[in-house]
Design a protein around this ligand. Structure first.
Ligand SMILES: N[C@@H](CCC(=O)N[C@@H](CS)C(=O)NCC(=O)O)C(=O)O
Length: 223
């Protein structure tokens, strides 16, 4: 039996982060797919918040995707997915935090509303965050290099990538338009999308649109 188990859901961008980290580190693990519309009755005994991802390592349980990824980084240090330099490490954490408290939080809010004015505000907020990512993040940290922090892939790339893979859902169901001119961001996306770890599990736009068809007439979150 595999020592590591990951409770996951195919549509969950947070679980996707952990899957990518495990793949990049080539850590073997057992994937346990949870149907979030129909969770096992005892799921909260396994995952205290009732959420995926949940990582089991032997008898220990870790939850919250950003913390799971840091745990994996510390438990399986090769290849490193955080810079050694302390300032760069802090920068990596700033961007991982930005993903959670700004980009993913605004996305959550947008998916939870059917009200046109609130949708327009949500769309505006997301555009602002993407512009900030382009100018403050990628342009300054890695203008000429492939990944977010420079030459090497890091947890920052793996944290953001799943959001971009699902952006068609926001475009189709919530009227989001990817801001024009974010050329560094587009190039970054193509680079990460080409990683073997991503190609092994990436899903096409049609997959997400089909599975989120309910968003047409209901307010929901990515799950
Ligand atoms: N902050 C959490 C978010 C996890 C999360 O929201 N997971 C969603 C799926 S994407 C979930 O399990 N939803 C089930 C529910 O709300 O009942 C993380 O980063 O791990």
């Amino acid at each position: 039996m595999s020592e590591i188990e990951l409770y996951s859901a195919v549509l969950c961008p947070f679980a996707y982060r952990a899957r990518l980290t495990l793949a990049e580190k080539q850590v073997p693990f057992k994937l346990i797919e949870i149907d979030l519309q129909n969770k096992p009755t005892n799921f909260e005994e396994i995952s205290p918040y009732g959420l995926v991802p949940l990582l089991k390592h032997g008898k220990f349980r870790i939850w919250e995707s950003a913390i799971i990824n840091e745990y994996l980084e510390e438990s399986f240090p090769t290849p490193p997915l955080l810079p050694k330099d302390l300032v760069q490490r802090a920068q990596a954490r700033i961007w991982i935090n930005f993903a959670d408290v700004r980009l993913f939080a605004a996305t959550h809010k947008l998916l939870l509303t059917l009200e046109p004015l609130q949708q327009a505000e949500g769309v505006e907020e997301l555009s602002k965050y993407l512009q900030f990512v382009e100018q403050e993040g990628l342009q300054k940290l890695s203008a000429e290099e492939p990944y977010w922090l420079g030459a090497e892939i890091s947890l920052v790339d793996l944290t953001y990538y799943p959001w971009f893979e699902q952006v068609a859902v926001l475009e189709h169901f919530r009227g989001f338009q990817f801001p024009s001119g974010l050329n560094r961001l587009k190039k970054w996306y193509e680079t990460v999308a080409n990683r073997e770890s991503v190609r092994a599990i990436a899903k096409p736009k049609e997959f997400y649109l089909k599975h989120y068809a309910r968003l047409q007439s209901s307010a929901s979150v990515i799950s």
